[in-house]
Write a protein that binds this ligand. Structure first.
Ligand SMILES: *Cc1c(COP(=O)(O)O)cnc(C)c1O
Length: 428
């Protein structure tokens, strides 16, 4: 039988109950698992048999949901983490260690930028940032002999740039390293990066996947296509024996399909412990069951709001890749044919003061440091996340003082537009 289409996988993927078993994914609320003999358990510790022994490493509820996300992305294996930050850190640190180097798009989530440029730098991992719109020459020039991976976001939060995934994958592979793509904003419903050459996909499941603003979480998916053994010298962690697991070589024992996630679980989850709770995995699965239906509405509302804003005299400029004439319109047609997401950013002509009056006048859209949930929310970076910067610095960072990021929820689009219109009326 053919693999199911993405809508069916959203609803039914990852868990198939047998005769008489619970229809909905069971929440296995147990830290530990019981065995008849010490030998049985010893085999699990040696990775000789697969099974559960302690929820810091693995739990059945998490595994059902991870299997669904792997199917959605067209990958071979996946794991859940406690947050998107943990997912991105684990995905990168599973390949790069002290003395190594990474290449990353400069247009990425602020938290990931800090993780890479401050915290991982302190760990001795250096990164060269490149523009998401760089030429092949500029991209290739960023690599060094000790480069271990390339990182970017399908649709960047908050800049809304769209990455040329094929271009970045080609450069990564030409240098013998994998491409990691954070696919949080697009979700697999709108883009499946592995089909465009990405090797590892990460998510902040906190956003659209959960979709209701109830639980922080992350996921890592392996596409299973990167041949670690063909680049043995670059990836000793995967291709030489792990003494903390009795000399197992991950790439040999678990193959291209399973080596990356097995190592990430066995080493990083064991040592850092950023596991998602089974209860949160259950909530995440409820979100996934309607992801395909919600994304369609988020995109429809984003498009309508962007079109309204673009025509409004008090709006200087709108960024939304679904608008003809947007810098990323053509690239989005290729990578995001079904739509991008519900996040629209726009600049008010009156700067910081106008943004403040506008936001305080909104009735439906709430002021929140969040995006991608069912309720529309918005943020003025100049007065919140970037408030330490003056107007000049804001401009240089590409976040002018009058910029508003609006995450369109699932409400009626006309109500959202009415709300925006009355708030714009109050701006001088
Ligand atoms: C929010 C976000 C993250 C961080 O995820 P958390 O779940 O908040 O830790 C990473 N990448 C992107 C693109 C995000 O939007």
């Amino acid at each position: 039988m053919k693999p199911y289409r993405i809508e069916t996988t959203c609803v039914q993927g990852g868990y198939t109950p047998k005769n008489g078993e619970p229809r909905q994914i069971p929440i296995v609320q147990s830290t530990t698992f019981k065995y008849d003999t010490g030998e049985d358990m010893g085999k699990l510790f040696d990775l000789e048999a697969s099974g559960y022994f302690y929820t810091r490493l693995q739990n059945p509820t998490n595994d059902y949901v991870a299997a669904k996300i792997a199917d959605l992305e067209g990958g071979t294996a996946a794991m859940l983490t406690s947050s998107g930050q943990a997912a991105n850190f684990f995905a990168m640190f599973n390949l790069a260690s002290c003395g190594d180097h990474m290449v990353a798009s400069s247009s990425i989530y602020g938290g990931t930028f800090n993780l890479i440029s401050v915290t991982m730098a302190k760990m001795g991992i250096e990164t060269t940032f490149v523009s998401p719109d760089c030429t092949d020459e500029e991209l290739n020039a960023a690599f060094r002999p000790n480069t271990k991976l390339v990182f970017g976001e399908t649709i960047a939060n908050p800049a809304l740039t769209v990455l040329d995934i094929e271009q970045f994958a080609k450069a990564a592979h030409a240098h013998g390293v994998p491409l990691i793509i954070d696919n949080t904003f697009a979700t697999p419903v709108n883009c499946r990066p592995i089909e465009w050459g990405a090797d590892i996909v990460t998510h902040s499941t906190t956003k659209y996947m959960d979709g209701h603003g109830v639980s922080v979480g992350g996921a890592i998916v392996d596409g299973g296509k990167f041949d670690w053994m063909a680049h043995k010298d670059k990836f000793p962690g995967l291709c030489t024996p792990d003494e903390s697991y009795h000399g197992i070589t991950y790439a040999e024992k678990f193959g291209m399909d399973g080596a990356f996630i097995t190592k990430c679980t066995a080493q990083l989850m064991r040592d850092f412990g950023s596991i998602q709770s089974p209860q949160h995995a259950f909530y995440l699965n409820l979100g996934l069951e309607s992801l395909h239906v919600r994304m369609e509405r988020h995109c429809e509302n984003g498009q309508k709001v962007a079109e309204f804003l673009q025509k409004h005299p008090k709006v200087e400029r709108v960024s939304y890749c679904g608008l003809p004439g947007d810098k990323y319109y053509e690239r989005a047609k290729k990578y995001l044919p079904k739509g991008s997401c519900g996040v629209v950013s726009f600049e008010l002509k009156g700067g910081r003061e106008a943004a403040s009056v506008f936001m305080n006048s909104l009735r439906l859209a709430a002021i929140e440091t969040h995006v991608a949930d069912a309720r529309t929310c918005c943020l003025n970076p100049a007065s919140t996340t970037h408030r330490q910067m003056n107007d000049e610095q804001l401009k240089a960072a590409g976040v002018p003082a009058g910029l508003v990021r609006m995450s369109c929820g699932l409400e009626n689009a006309d109500d959202l537009i009415d709300d925006i219109a009355q708030a714009l009326d109050r701006v001088e």
